[in-house]
Write a protein that binds this ligand. Structure first.
Ligand SMILES: NC(=O)c1ccc[n+]([C@@H]2O[C@H](COP(=O)([O-])OP(=O)(O)OC[C@H]3O[C@@H](n4cnc5c(N)ncnc54)[C@H](O)[C@@H]3O)[C@@H](O)[C@H]2O)c1
Length: 356
């Protein structure tokens, strides 16, 4: 019997509902694969902030540290500025636990309609590896003369040789592991960002020499955005800085059907700290509380967590159950053209996960 201790942070908005369905599916898949889950919930997020003046307690990382993994919903609320919610909860977890890889697959599944013409299921199958601890999201900068007419803001991006090389190396290893197109595309804007991103380009060239079996491509981010729409089927593994990876993965999600289908893992590959698995989407205030958020991104993220923990068979069962629900097309939320609720989709996957 494998026992996994999972910290659960539902966060805000639709995060609360979609995590419920991920937990349902994990509880359903566990017995058949000899898994025992111990889930411990942490009620952190905007409600906690409004009560305590901070998004999570000061010893939050100490509390999370002993867990095998973290299962996270979403953060963000219309009543509190986004920079407070994001910097108070998710970013400290990513940085504090050195989750320097954010792995975000985008697959066009059978049964799902893409807004792009002429792209068939199975054709789009890419993974964005986003640098997750430094780059443009490094917490470096400040204000001077705040709230005056002379107000000045400095926002710095941090690119270290070590930080670039390790995430780029992960991308090459992933391209090998996937064994698909065996191609890594690097995305920067080094024509305009002539320090940090030039360093990234050099690190990419150096690391690529260690992987002669993997082909490479380097794109400026504007061209990459265009090609995510024009020829998404040409990508295999894409490695990008924190900001660019963030933007590209929303495009990747929508061209493969919905924000509600895109999972992600914030990974500390060395396993020194717990990794954190969450849907790519945010708290979606426009549909929060309506019970119609698509839980599949959260469920697929649970599948990624299982794979990360070494429960390969259970992870595959979750993946197959989701694919079956999509292919059957009977129980889908409105973002995928259906009329089902979050709960109904979760229950459909949970029913299938024991028989696929
Ligand atoms: N990782 C995170 O926690 C994260 C990521 C992105 C945004 N945010 C925060 O979320 C809040 C809303 O941001 P946003 O509107 O830019 O992005 P969002 O991802 O929350 O929503 C974008 C669009 O996708 C739709 N959508 C999102 N999740 C869906 C789901 N599961 N099923 C169906 N449709 C779904 C929404 O209805 C909306 O139309 C903000 O406060 C933002 O800061 C948090």
């Amino acid at each position: 019997m494998a026992k996994y201790n999972i910290a659960v942070i539902r966060g805000d908005g639709v995060g609360v509902d979609v995590i419920e369905e991920g937990l349902r599916v994990m509880r359903a898949v566990a017995p058949r694969h000899g898994i025992e889950f111990v889930f411990q919930e942490f009620p952190w997020g905007t409600a906690y902030y409004l009560e305590h003046g901070r998004m999570m307690p000061p010893d939050a990382l100490d509390l999370l540290g002993p867990f095998d993994a973290i299962y996270f919903g979403a953060v963000g609320h219309p009543d509190v500025p986004d920079h407070i919610t994001l910097h108070g909860l998710l970013l400290p977890i990513r940085r504090g636990f050195d989750q320097y890889v954010c792995e975000r697959p985008n697959v066009l599944y059978p049964g799902v309609t893409t807004p792009l013409r002429g792209k068939n299921p199975g054709e789009i199958d890419l993974v964005v590896v986003r640098e997750n601890t430094e780059g443009e999201y490094a917490d470096v900068g400040g204000f001077q003369y705040q709230y005056t007419e002379q107000e000045v803001a400095i926002q710095s991006a941090v690119f270290t040789r070590h930080g670039c090389e390790r995430v780029i190396r992960y991308a090459f290893e992933l391209a090998r592991r996937r064994g698909k197109k065996r191609r890594v595309t690097s995305v920067t804007k080094s024509n305009a960002q002539r320090y940090g991103m030039v360093l990234w380009d050099r690190a990419f060239a150096d690391v690529s020499r260690e992987y002669p079996d993997i082909s490479t491509e380097s794109l400026l981010v504007d061209a990459a955005c265009m090609n995510f729409i024009r020829r998404p089927e040409s990508f295999d593994v894409v490695v990008a800085s924190n900001l660019f990876g963030d933007i590209l993965t929303d495009i990747g999600a929508i061209v493969t059907g919905s924000m509600g289908l895109a999972p992600s893992g914030n990974v500390n590959p060395e396993g020194r700290y717990p990794s954190c698995f969450e849907p790519v989407h945010g708290s979606a205030p426009d549909i929060a509380g309506k019970g119609i958020a698509n839980p599949l991104a959260a469920i697929l993220s649970a599948g990624m967590m299982l794979r990360h923990l070494g429960a390969e068979d259970a992870a595959s069962a979750v993946q197959r159950a989701v694919e079956r629900v999509l292919a059957e097309g009977k129980v889908l939320t409105p973002d995928l053209g259906g009329a089902a609720t979050t709960l109904q989709v979760g229950e459909a996957v949970a029913r299938l996960v024991t028989s696929v």
